[in-house]
Ligand binder design. Structure first.
Ligand code: ZN
Length: 317
């Protein structure tokens, strides 16, 4: 547990099993009740629709999507369910460098509306997706891929990646500051992992590769978060191995929404949360989990090989 950018507490779970190993498959997975074992996202409920029915204001801000159009496998889901939808202008510019810090002005615009309802805000960010050099301005770590002329690898490549994590840390700390005076909780995860050694590019459907399967999940509560009993319940689950499957059900709990579809076995705020048993990756991730833990405070000695992707923020009235 560490203090977040705006005060409040951050709780990290051991790295969680991803839904899939590519953005195209994982992104819809994050938004729906589909699970790793039962992965048909097309037939699955999206959590946005449930929040909307429960009276929430639902928003999506993003700098992700196909260049010049903003389209993506999940754009239609948001168009159908969100009350507010904004794509960063850089997505419409050829060769723009897409950086998550650009999302902060979109968030400012949204918060300035001062919506009277409870809000679900999906901050759908670019994270550490390649090309790493485009995700940050000034390097914290060097030498990077910019410093060599030919095919980048080894330490250069890792330094470039680490710089993307430093940029993510900055972005997240700023997001937390914007919510510190609100009754808010933020759940953060990524769509899939990535490799920093060996083959740089990965092919989809490599569900048995731990580098591609383990993703961060952490939860931040603002100092003003009111339902302290939820925090107490979640703390009892922090040593359990979880998967991306928890996002849907845990978000409902965080939002105080009771729905028939909710499964307490997949709810980090329930004592019934069951440790994940993965159908593809059967070896224990216990050691891996302990050595790979960083999320918020960037620490050089615990590099995480993950592409950050989605932050989900709930601001409750
Ligand atoms: Zn991705």
């Amino acid at each position: 547990m560490r203090a977040g950018g705006g005060g409040g507490d951050i709780y990290c779970f051991p790295p969680a099993f991803s839904f899939a190993t590519s953005t195209r498959e994982s992104a819809p997975g994050i938004l729906t009740a589909a699970t790793i074992a039962n992965s048909d996202t097309k037939e699955s409920v999206v959590f946005l629709s449930i929040f909307k029915k429960a009276g929430f204001f639902v928003a999506r801000l993003t700098n992700q999507g196909v260049g010049m159009t903003g389209e993506s496998p999940i754009a239609a889901i948001f168009k159908e369910n969100a009350d507010y939808y904004e794509i960063h202008e850089n997505l419409y510019k050829a060769n723009a460098r897409l950086q998550d810090r650009d999302m902060l002005s979109l968030l400012d615009n949204l918060l300035a509306r001062n919506e009277p309802k409870n809000s679900l805000i999906v901050l759908h960010t670019y994270g550490s997706h390649t090309t790493f050099e485009d995700r940050y301005d000034e390097p914290t770590f060097s030498p990077t891929c910019k410093d060599i002329q030919f095919d980048c690898g080894g330490e250069h490549y890792k330094n470039s990646y680490d710089n993307t994590i430093a940029a993510t840390d900055y972005y997240l700390s700023e997001v937390m500051k914007k919510f510190r005076d609100k009754n808010a909780v933020l759940i953060y995860t990524s769509d899939h992992g990535t490799r920093l050694s060996g083959f740089k590019m990965h092919a989809p459907n490599q569900m048995d590769d731990p580098d591609l399967r383990f993703v961060p999940i952490f939860v931040w509560f603002s100092p003003k978060f009111e339902r302290k009993e939820l925090i107490a319940k979640m703390r009892q689950n922090l040593d359990k191995n979880i998967s991306r499957d928890i996002i849907f059900h845990s978000l409902l709990s965080a939002g105080g929404i009771d729905a028939e579809i909710k499964d307490e076995n997949l709810d980090i705020f329930s004592p019934k949360l069951k440790p994940h048993s993965d159908p593809y990756l059967r070896r224990s991730c216990a050691n891996f989990a302990r050595t790979q833990m960083i999320f918020y405070d960037f620490r050089r000695d615990s590099r995480e090989e993950k592409a950050f992707f989605v932050a989900l923020a709930l601001a409750l009235r």
